[in-house]
Design a protein around this ligand. Structure first.
Ligand code: SAH
Length: 372
């Protein structure tokens, strides 16, 4: 099979500059302006590469819409406020959310809709999905572009799409994992020099056996820090849902998915979706350090059931036929089932101190949070 255009480019870069970090490789594969995965491909749905929760069921966005309207009331009905989604994909979650939010006209009147999206192709999709809805969106390339003021933000499967750094334990040292070329000129993993103390490795890693892998998400931490700082200063809320774990933990979670099948991360660069599991502890510590209160993480299944997903399915199905009701039950199972998305996916929220949120236990503080 011939190499992808991006593979040619990456190999040329490696021949010129030497091996590149996993971080640079993942960044190029996802976001290269010409050949990057989100720029060029249609990732979502049955004919795409993967199915996200909003694409599984309209009920996902609907319960999140009700959650956000409720949070807005608890925040004292700020007006105006920025209603923002990070990485909206096809715009499905926002469309479903707004359909429910519309029932509270004061919420819609106060909201200024913003979408943080880097892919021009997906921006066009989002525009089409949201056309005719109650709010006209503005698009931003990053969080810094969002106008000031209180913020209600939601991010589903956004943090997992941000490039990670990987470090591998080797003879008692952590060395950064890199992508280079093997003797036959194929892309292959290798190790860089020993990592410096400020490489962003999680504190309290303890000892690890040779070959252990640890991952950090520098962009994820930076985005979370900026949003938490803003929320601590001017109020609001961030709700992030993603798949991941409470770190620090060892393991290689860098993965590629194409047509709903797991593939080699070094094969066909630019044509597969590359992700890594999210370290929720790292995000929570970043938010706490920035002065915000942290809610959760809680498992997606528990969160959605606490927000009334099952009751919503019951109401939607009440006047429907048997097949439709069975389909709704299957969607609920997909979203909350422990062996489906219910346990691996988690929800975390960030606000100012003193806010109680449905679906979350009281906000936590992190002993690790203050900088040494
Ligand atoms: N939230 C959607 C899509 C998830 S896929 C859903 O649940 O269906 C990840 C999304 O994040 C895509 O829209 C992708 O283009 C966007 N994205 C990835 N990296 C980004 C970045 N650095 N800044 C803004 N958007 C980004």
């Amino acid at each position: 099979m011939t190499a992808t255009p991006l593979e040619h480019r990456i190999k040329a870069l490696i021949r010129l500059d030497g091996p590149m970090s996993v971080f640079d490789y993942m960044g190029l594969c996802l976001a290269d302006p010409e050949h990057g995965y989100y720029m060029a491909r249609e990732p979502f749905g049955r004919d795409g590469d993967f199915v996200t929760a909003p694409e599984v069921s309209q009920m996902f966005g609907e319960v999140i819409g009700a959650f956000l309207v409720d949070a807005w009331e608890r925040l004292g009905r700020p007006a105006p406020f920025q209603l923002v989604e990070f990485g909206p994909g096809r715009g499905t979650l926002m469309a479903d959310l707004l359909r429910v939010a519309k029932r509270q006209p004061a919420f819609v009147a106060a909201a200024r809709l913003g979408l943080v999206e880097t892919s021009p192709r997906l921006r066009a999709k989002q525009a089409a999905t949201l056309a005719g809805g109650p709010l006209a969106p503005s698009w931003y390339a990053s969080a810094e572009e969002i106008p000031p003021g209180p913020l209600l933000a939601v991010a589903n499967e956004f943090f997992d799409a941000l490039p990670i750094r990987q470090f591998v334990r080797d003879h008692g040292q952590w060395r950064e994992r890199r992508v280079g070329l093997d003797a036959d000129g194929r892309l292959a993993f290798g190790l860089g020099p020993a990592a410096l103390a400020d490489a962003g490795l999680p504190p309290r890693l303890g000892t690890a056996d040779d070959g252990a892998v640890v991952e950090v998400s520098p962009v994820g931490v930076t985005v979370m820090t900026g949003l938490a700082r803003r929320i601590a200063a001017t109020g609001g809320l961030l709700l992030a849902i993603d798949y991941g774990y409470s770190g620090p933990a060892f393991g290689d979670t860098f993965q590629a998915v194409r047509s709903h099948t797991s593939v080699d991360v070094l094969q066909r660069p630019g044509e597969a979706d590359l992700t890594a599991h999210v370290d929720f502890t790292a995000l929570a510590i970043a938010a706490a350090r920035a002065g915000a209160a942290v809610h959760g993480p809680v498992e997606q299944g528990d969160f959605l059931l606490a927000l009334g997903l099952a009751e919503r399915a019951g109401r939607l199905g009440a006047d429907k036929d048997e097949a439709t009701r069975a389909e709704l039950v299957a969607q609920v199972e997909r979203l909350v089932g422990a062996s489906e998305m219910g346990s691996l996916f988690k929800a975390i929220a960030v606000s100012r101190a003193g806010l109680a949120l449905p679906g979350f236990p009281p906000a936590r503080t992190f002993p690790e949070a203050p900088r040494p």
